[in-house]
Design a protein around this ligand. Structure first.
Ligand code: ATP
Ligand code: MG
Length: 362
């Protein structure tokens, strides 16, 4: 998939901007606070009708303006399609091929993007909660069944926690809830297992490329429940038994202690733990590889690569890693990169690309 061009009107610090893009690699270069991330945000917004850094759409509208517009055209294997989206104080309107989409869910999915921003380092360095959110988002994008199971699980879990918190716990009621939890949990766990091994397959290949073959990345599922079964029914039985075993402890503690809401994932490079022993560059290339694996998963699912947005990643990668990253990826995936300094850009990637200098919204 290629984003051919973009036109911004009253978007963030852009009054009016028209750009045509290179089909492989586009680099936005400029000092701090000039509008580089804003430009990636506009592409992201054109893709998903939401920003990656704010939930308040009106922040996107230029100060003292009424409405922000983003227009763009994409080329897929089958066709070229104009997309547009506008944000005003009363809401947003999205159009595909000049026709307004009645629902945003009909609009989303035409332009696919994967974004890597500095905060994504938290996939490695942050808490298990950040990693669970990452798995849920990624897995949810690819599997609707997963999303449904997760939402049912969370509802029942909230109910159970409420019971556990109350003074006199009805253990029959908890057993009923545990039965439901075990059912959803078994499906969530098996999907996570499947998804994380798919991520690992791609991420370890990508990380191998970035590190020039010197480092082997592994992505490890760390389920909270230790289990044997690989089949939903049997796994449900196992989980039910475990929940029963832990019931008195849970009542004592007044909260649920066992289940996929306490899962985690781990990363190792050449068999050492990246979170504990990895260098800054290794942690960054781990997070990056895991994110880039998403490109491959979407490709397998949709049959086409999404557009890749990389915000501020170059400065923390050495020349070798940069060159491997950008040369290996740009031949498959149209890539947009921001950077503050030309010296960040390796001369080996300077051909076959378009450089845009960004200064004060121009
Ligand atoms: P850095 O290198 O520091 O990440 P950047 O080039 O990515 O910088 P952006 O985040 O794209 O910077 O742009 C920030 C600029 O956009 C700031 O100057 C900010 O004041 C301006 N800005 C943000 N929102 C709006 C808005 N709604 N209207 C006008 N200007 C805005
Ligand atoms: Mg920025």
């Amino acid at each position: 998939m290629i984003l051919n061009d973009i036109k911004l009107t009253n978007f963030r610090n852009y009054d009016s901007l028209s750009l045509s893009f290179h089909p492989k690699l586009n680099i936005f270069i400029g000092h701090n606070a000039q509008g580089k991330t804003n430009l990636l945000e506009a592409i992201y917004f054109l893709s998903l009708a939401k920003s990656h850094r704010t939930s308040k759409d009106k922040e996107l509208i230029q100060f003292d303006s009424e409405e922000a517009y983003i227009n763009g055209s994409i080329t897929t294997q089958n066709s070229t399609l104009p997309l547009s989206i506008s944000v005003s104080k009363s809401g947003k309107r999205a159009k595909v091929n000049h026709l307004e989409s009645a629902k945003l869910s009909q609009y989303i999915g035409h332009l696919n993007t994967v974004l890597f921003a500095p905060e994504d380092l938290n996939i490695v360095k942050g808490s298990p909660q950040v990693r669970r959110k990452f798995i849920n988002m990624e897995c949810g994008q690819i599997s609707k069944i997963y999303l449904n199971q997760l939402s049912s699980y969370n509802k029942v879990l909230a109910q159970k926690n409420q019971y556990l918190k109350s003074r006199n716990v009805d253990s029959i009621m908890i057993e009923v809830l545990n039965e439901q939890l075990a059912e959803h949990a078994s499906l969530i766990i098996l999907k996570r297992e499947q998804f994380i091994s798919a991520i690992e397959r791609h991420a370890s290949k990508i990380h191998g490329d970035i590190s020039n073959g010197r480092e082997t990345l592994k992505v490890i599922y760390k389920p909270n429940i230790k289990y044997q079964s690989s089949e939903p029914k049997a796994l449900k039985e196992e989980i039910t038994a475990l929940l029963a075993e832990n019931l008195s402890k849970e009542i004592e503690r007044g909260t649920s202690l066992v289940g996929p809401h306490r899962d985690d994932i781990g990363f190792t490079i050449n068999d050492f733990d990246v979170q504990t022993y990895g260098s800054q560059g290794q942690q960054r290339s781990t997070a990056l590889s895991v994110k880039l694996a998403e490109l491959e998963l979407i490709h397998e699912e949709v049959g086409e690569y999404p557009v890749l947005l990389l915000d501020d990643v170059l400065s923390e990668l050495d020349e070798v890693r940069q060159a491997h990253l950008l040369t290996s990826i740009r031949n498959r995936v149209q890539t947009f990169v921001t950077t503050t300094s030309i010296s960040d850009i390796n001369h080996r990637i300077m051909d076959d690309m378009q450089l845009f200098e960004i200064e004060n919204g121009k």
